[in-house]
Design a protein around this ligand. Structure first.
Ligand code: NAD
Length: 354
């Protein structure tokens, strides 16, 4: 067994259908009295519901979260927090609401009780991101990691099927790369393998019936594990490619993850035998067919399978390969521009990896 370091980043997790009713007691647990409920404009109705569950522990609703956490929104929000004498943040929604709460916490150190309703997994990580002048800065600080997270699968039934699929595959990508991370460890490997298993068995049922609360519970459970993996160990080639494609060509975040995952695994498989074995076990497939299995899973779920279909231009592939090779993250297989160009070409065309 390889030497390792394992550091548990404490967050209290309350999990289960209907558990949202415990939000008030979660705030009482951390002895706060003046919460700000944060959501995107589209989820204001849910924010109002949370506010009524909180009763007089809620001081305000701030339905101003938008994608990519613009600095302007952060500055206005920090001002509001100070004016209202807020002592805690309750983001409800996806990575955008939780991202805004984390950015406020970065400047104010206020505690967060998060209520995720998507599969992004930000609630389990100490990673923050703020966009200023078109550039997204990210960093890690334990002050932004929620003290408590309430996972209530009933709140995710309205998540559209397509978003559920792509953001579920995005979560699966955290698990896959966690298994071959440079600093992985036996605990994270267990979580990652179980995360893939839970998502693999639940996403097809969500496709059949998006209101299936049992499948929603299992998917959310997988996403909790995936978020923990993402927050604990480093990510590799897959995440580097997705950052380049999203950041430089504006491709949609979760869709890009769905397309790239089989190809990144195809590229790395021969260099990460333990990870491949764990992935094969969790997908119930042969170990020399894991990349194909992920491609087939994505296809069967109706997810996007080629970069061409999600807006990439063929003329940008050379530059993308160059950018992805610069300041590369750790990866089990060495990275060179020519091989990455080939990977991107397969992904562009949606060629089944073999
Ligand atoms: P999001 O929060 O922007 O949500 C997408 C849309 O879905 C929003 O309009 C939202 O109002 C709506 N929505 C949310 N929950 C819903 C529900 N249950 N039913 C119907 N609609 C719902 O996007 P996301 O995919 O959750 O998060 C993606 C963002 O999170 C990206 O910007 C990504 O960079 C970030 N992220 C950060 C981390 C981290 O550790 N910091 C981790 C993962 C993702």
């Amino acid at each position: 067994m390889k030497n390792f370091i394992y550091e548990a980043l404490a967050t209290r997790v309350i999990f289960g259908a209907g558990e949202i009713r415990k939000v008030q007691s979660e705030l009482k647990n951390i002895s706060v009295k003046r919460a700000l409920v944060i959501s995107t404009p589209g989820q204001e109705e849910l924010a109002i519901k949370i506010s009524s569950l909180l009763g007089d522990l809620c001081t305000g609703i701030h339905a101003k979260a938008v994608q990519h956490v613009p600095m302007e929104t952060v500055e206005k929000s920090v001002k509001l927090v100070s004016e209202l004498n807020i002592d805690s943040l309750v983001p409800v929604g996806g990575g955008s609401s939780i991202g805004l709460a984390k950015a406020i916490a970065l400047y104010t150190s206020l505690p967060i009780v998060a209520i995720p309703t998507t599969y992004a997994g930000s609630e389990m990580t100490p990673i923050w991101g703020i966009t200023e002048n078109g550039i997204k800065k990210t960093g890690k600080d334990v002050v932004v990691k929620p003290k408590s997270v309430i996972y209530d699968p009933e709140l995710s039934v309205n998540l559209p099927v397509r978003v559920s699929v792509t953001s579920g595959l995005n979560a699966m990508a955290h698990c896959v790369e966690g298994l071959y991370a440079e600093n992985t460890n036996p605990i994270i490997s267990l979580l990652a393998e179980e995360g893939i298993r839970a998502l693999h068995s639940s996403l097809p049922s969500i496709l059949v019936d998006k209101n299936d609360v049992v499948a929603r519970s299992k998917a959310l459970y997988g996403c909790w594990l995936a978020g923990t993996v993402l927050g604990s160990v480093g990510m590799a080639l897959h995440h580097k490619l997705c950052h380049v494609l999203g950041g430089s060509y504006n491709l949609p975040h979760a869709d890009t993850h769905s397309v790239i995952l089989p190809y990144a695994l195809w590229y790395n498989a021969a260099y990460a035998p333990d990870a491949v074995q764990a992935i094969a076990r969790s997908l119930g497939t042969e170990k020399d067919a894991v990349a194909e299995a992920l491609f087939d899973l994505n296809t069967s779920l109706g997810g996007p399978t080629s970069l061409a279909k999600i807006g990439m231009k063929e003329t940008d592939l050379d530059q993308a390969a160059e950018l992805a090779t610069k300041n590369a993250y750790y990866n089990p297989r060495s990275i060179d521009q020519q091989s990455i160009r080939q990977l991107l070409e397969y992904a562009f065309k949606g060629k089944r990896p073999e």
